[in-house]
Design a protein around this ligand. Structure first.
Ligand code: SF4
Ligand code: MG
Length: 327
């Protein structure tokens, strides 16, 4: 089997006082072995919630995975018990977030925090774990590794902490790394170093990466395959070169109007006039119709399906369905 991760028809909902928010609405995503898949979208597109659903981190009862399957190496993660999922997490699937301090313990020395998964998942003894932790600190490009191992998180810079998070993430040689905006808080030079490092680890270990970003420069640098999300749905996907050269969906075309400049940080996605619709008011339609210059009658009343639009490219837009219907 060629896919390490196979998300099919995922639905993740949140119950709020105003109603049910379909944060992830029938999303299917495949990650092939050794591939970097980037999910790109504005905030509120559902990209982070998709990742959290994979990791089993959607907080019940307000949030819940309401449908679909998430297969990892063929096994449906949604059918695993909490403890089985915990074993997988950090061992076979690792995750890094934008803000390292949300995952690090402020009162525990760095070395101890890297040792923890090594002792828990790899069953190393304290001495071997300490030795490996120090090696890992060097591997993520930090000098004076022993001294760093004995420091506390607040003594390190944001860039160093993110390197430590990567050291923890790769410590158990995961098959899949999920990275949610891992370099968004960092300056451009450090961002480039960290992305290079992630790519190098991927190449050396054959790990796959699911990378979530709003930064098209990061997508251009890193992705093999790109998923574009909008209002909880995948609106377009494809291999990075094909998608950048020939975006089909008007939303993707809009995003790409701002040419991503590599090594220059993008604070936000280029903004297309208008706003993402409120997730509570969605009626069957193309959710992009209020912002789309090509909007037709059908776009306001029926939802376009995600359909093949190239060898590995798919798009969800009535323009192409109409074109096919009239051939
Ligand atoms: Fe625009 Fe219609 Fe395509 Fe939606 S389906 S992106 S509104 S043309
Ligand atoms: Mg996010």
């Amino acid at each position: 089997m060629n896919h390490i991760l196979d998300i099919e028809h995922l639905r993740t909902h949140f119950t709020t006082e105003e109603g049910v928010v379909r944060a992830v609405d029938d999303v299917s995503i495949q990650v092939r072995r050794g591939e970097i898949v980037c999910i790109v979208g504005e905030s509120g597109s559902g990209k982070s919630i998709t990742a959290m659903s994979v990791m089993g981190l959607v907080e019940e009862p307000a949030g819940q995975v309401a449908g679909g399957s998430i297969k990892f190496g063929g096994e449906d993660l949604l059918k695993l018990s909490r403890s089985e999922l915990r074993t997988l997490r950090g061992n076979e699937i690792a995750m890094i977030f934008q803000e390292p301090m949300t995952s690090l313990n402020p009162v525990l020395r760095i070395g101890e925090q890297i040792m923890e998964p090594l002792m828990e998942h790899q069953k190393l003894g304290r001495k071997a774990a300490r030795k490996r932790a120090i090696e890992l600190i060097s591997e993520v490009g930090i000098s004076r590794a022993e001294q760093i191992a004995d420091s506390y998180p607040h003594e390190l810079s944001g860039g160093m902490l993110q390197r430590i998070m990567i050291a923890i993430a790769i410590s158990c040689s995961p098959k899949l790394l999920i990275a949610d905006e891992p370099t968004t808080a960092l300056d451009v030079t450090i961002q480039a170093q960290i992305l290079d490092m992630l790519r190098r680890f991927k190449e050396e270990s054959d790990m796959s990466i699911l990378l979530i970003t709003h930064d098209l420069g990061v997508v251009a640098e890193m992705a093999d395959y790109v998923i574009v999300m909008y209002a909880g749905k995948v609106v377009e996907e494809g291999e990075v070169v094909a998608l950048f050269e020939n975006p089909k969906h008007p939303y993707t075309q809009g995003l790409l109007k701002s040419k991503p400049i590599i090594n220059q940080r993008q604070e936000e996605l280029y903004s297309i006039p208008g706003q993402v619709p409120s997730p509570l008011e969605l009626k069957p339609s193309c959710y992009f119709h209020e912002r789309c210059a090509h909007c037709m009658d059908i776009c306001r009343t029926a939802e376009p399906a995600l359909k093949k639009a190239g060898s590995r490219q798919k798009t969800a837009c009535w323009l192409y369905e109409e074109a096919i219907a009239h051939v």
